[in-house]
Every structure is written in structure tokens, then in C-alpha cells.
Design a binder for this molecule. Structure first.
Ligand code: AHM
Ligand code: MG
Length: 353
């Protein structure tokens, strides 16, 4: 009997089988223990994304899915029911996984331990369960951001002190964007890849491999409602883009959605310090560092304005940082305003003393 030859349709079939778990193994060219771990971690994150996407898609029809809980989180922000649901989803999917000993998120003051995993699970998941939660009640885009680090030491006092290291310690990072379709974008340090949730299969299927951010793009994305709370440098930067052809403003109120536009089409997103929040609003460990990891993998840059985001060492788990991210030329342009301003201030102070 002749050897079996797959039909022409096998190409399409093969594409439909490019799931996240398989993609991780292909990227690492290995079935070794670390490759298996990363593959299993990504499968669990995908499950969390599917659960959150399902909840969001029916939220308007369910009791107690929308609105506030009445509590405030560790950062003093009003907590939404969806924030808590999604936070608990990520905890649940890692129970009995033997992978993740510890999770740290925007919604929890201290890291959360899953003790049964700890003898073998040496990974920590850092995450923002619902990013852009002000969009939830009006059915607009939101996202989840995640980052994976290897736990160092036993963290006996359970403070997560070993997490206070720079972004280069991340093994993997990504986000799930809940939009017209649900998209999962991830990197394990080998390019940035996007998967679309096929609802008929219930699987994330590879859609775009090796996303590259153009060196320059047309979008600037910043909350100009904060104009009078910014330093002069940021005001000057926005005046510059107003006066030059070719820039359009886009701002959704959900970092993941704004970042996805910039990652794929180029441009720059900024959340600078304000008079009320000198370090800006966004948190390093589970918002800006994971997105910095992705944009660098795509050929772009992420900066505080004066320092690479990936080099920032936090002093505490929920530390905030100013954020300028996107195409390398556009980030450099924004930085030039910030750095000129700092230099001028330095010169003024020297002359005054
Ligand atoms: P959240 O994670 O609590 O939703 O806060 C982060 C969000 C980002 O998604 C978004 O870029 C930013 O806050 C919007 O803030 P502002 O309304 O101040 O522009
Ligand atoms: Mg957020």
C-alpha cells in the first residue's frame, strides 16, 4: 500500500492546529521540562482569557457582573465586579497546576500563594486581570496583561522581595485583548505573536507571527485631559504633534487596546507623570514591564522618558512608572522633549546656586 499523503486541505488544517501550547514548543525547539512548563503556563493563561471573554460577552445579561463592588484596592481605586471575577479566574486556573506557586496582581496587596503548587511550581504570575476597567460597563475594549518570572528563593516572609528586579527577569509576557475578537499576544523572548480565539473551536489559533512595529507611525495616544497637570515637556511634545502633519490622536482608556494599535501600526503611547501622580498611573511589574518586553521584541522601545522601562528596578510591588512606548523614532522624539526640559532645568538650578 502507498504511503499516506495528506490532502491539499491539510495546510489549512495544520494552521488550525497551531495552538498556543504547540507554538511555544515550536519556538523553543524542545520538549524539555522548561519548554513543557512554558507551554502549560500559556495554555492556562489562554483558559483564563477564554473564561474572562465568555463572562464579558454576556455581562449585560447577568446579575452582578457589571458595576462596582463598593471596595477600593491597594492603590485606592474603586474596584469593579469584573476586576474581582477576572482576578479570581487567574487564581483558579493555576490551582493544582504544579506550575505557579505565587500570583501578584493589581487587585491584591500582597502576593497570593497556592501552597500545593509550591514544592514543584517555581513560577510567579504577575497580572492585571482587567486593564481599562472603566470601559467594562459601556461594552468597550478591555484587556488582561501578564508576565511570568521564575521565583528566586523561598520567599519565607511572603513579601515577594525577589520580584523587585528589572524587566529582563521576565521569562514571558503578553496580553489578551477583549475586542470584536479576543486576541492573545505573547512573547517568550523569541518574537511577538498574535492568536485569535476561534469561538467555534474554543481555541486560540495563530494569526500573526513575528509582529514588527514600524520605526514611525501616525498615532499619538495620550489622555490630553491631563494637559494642565503635565510638565512643560509633555505639553510641548503634544503641541509639536498638533503642528505637524501626519499625526492622529487615538485614546481608548484601555492601555491594552491603545498598545495593540501602536504595536501593530506604529506611533507612540504616553502616560506621563501628572501633578497628582508624579510617577503616572501605570504599574511597572504587571503593566509597563510586560508591554516593554513585547515592544522590544517587536523592534520598538519603552521608556520612562529618561530610562529604559526594562532597566527600572521597582522599590515595591505596586510601583508606578511614567510610560512612553511605541515606534523607536516616535519614542525618541518624545524623549527628546523630556530630556531637553530636564537639561534646561538642571542648567537653571546650577545658575541659581
Ligand atoms: P486599570 O488597570 O485600573 O484599568 O488602570 C489602567 C488604565 C489603562 O488601561 C489606561 O491606559 C489608563 O488607566 C487610563 O487612565 P486615564 O483614565 O487616567 O486616562
Ligand atoms: Mg491596568
Amino acid at each position: 500500500m502507498a504511503d499516506y499523503q495528506p490532502a491539499d486541505s491539510a495546510f489549512a488544517l495544520d494552521r488550525d492546529c497551531k495552538t498556543l501550547a504547540r507554538h511555544v514548543l515550536e519556538q523553543l525547539h524542545s520538549f524539555g521540562p522548561e519548554a513543557q512548563d512554558l507551554s502549560a503556563l500559556m495554555s492556562r493563561i489562554a483558559l483564563a482569557g477564554k473564561l474572562v471573554a465568555r463572562h464579558l460577552s454576556r455581562a449585560g445579561l447577568m446579575e452582578s457582573a457589571l458595576g462596582f463592588t463598593g471596595e477600593t484596592n491597594v492603590q485606592g481605586e474603586a474596584v469593579k465586579k469584573m476586576d474581582i471575577y477576572a482576578n479570581d479566574v487567574f487564581i483558579s486556573v493555576f490551582k493544582q497546576s504544579g506550575l505557579v506557586c505565587r500570583l501578584a496582581s493589581e487587585e491584591m496587596e500582597k502576593p497570593y500563594y497556592i501552597p500545593e503548587n509550591c514544592p514543584v511550581g517555581r513560577y510567579t504570575l504577575l497580572y492585571d486581570p482587567i486593564d481599562g476597567s472603566s470601559n467594562v460597563d459601556i461594552n468597550l475594549n478591555v484587556g488582561s496583561i501578564f508576565s511570568i518570572r521564575r521565583q528566586q528563593g523561598d520567599d519565607l516572609d511572603q513579601t515577594g522581595a525577589d520580584l523587585l528586579q528589572d524587566g529582563h527577569q521576565q521569562l514571558a509576557a503578553g496580553y489578551i485583548l477583549y475586542g470584536p475578537s479576543t486576541i492573545l499576544v505573547y512573547s517568550i523572548g523569541k518574537g511577538v505573536h498574535a492568536f485569535v480565539l476561534d469561538p467555534s473551536l474554543g481555541e486560540f489559533i495563530l494569526a500573526t507571527e513575528n509582529i514588527q512595529t514600524p520605526a514611525h507611525g501616525p498615532t499619538y495616544s495620550v489622555n490630553e485631559g491631563n494637559f494642565w497637570q503635565w510638565e512643560d515637556s509633555i505639553r510641548d511634545f503634544t503641541r509639536y504633534v498638533h503642528r505637524h502633519d501626519g499625526y492622529s490622536a487615538r485614546y481608548t482608556g484601555a492601555l491594552v487596546a491603545d498598545f495593540h494599535r501602536i504595536l501593530t501600526q506604529g506611533g507612540v503611547f504616553l502616560y506621563p507623570g501628572t501633578t497628582k501622580k508624579p510617577e503616572g498611573k501605570l504599574r511597572l511589574l504587571y503593566e509597563t514591564a510586560p508591554l516593554a518586553f513585547l515592544i522590544e521584541q517587536a523592534g520598538g522601545r519603552a521608556s520612562t522618558g529618561t530610562e529604559e522601562i526594562m532597566s527600572v528596578v521597582p522599590g515595591e510591588i505596586h510601583q508606578r512608572t511614567p510610560f512612553v512606548v511605541g515606534s523607536k523614532d516616535d519614542v525618541a522624539l518624545a524623549e527628546s522633549f523630556i530630556q531637553d526640559h530636564s537639561r534646561r532645568q538642571g542648567t537653571l538650578l546650577t545658575n541659581e546656586s
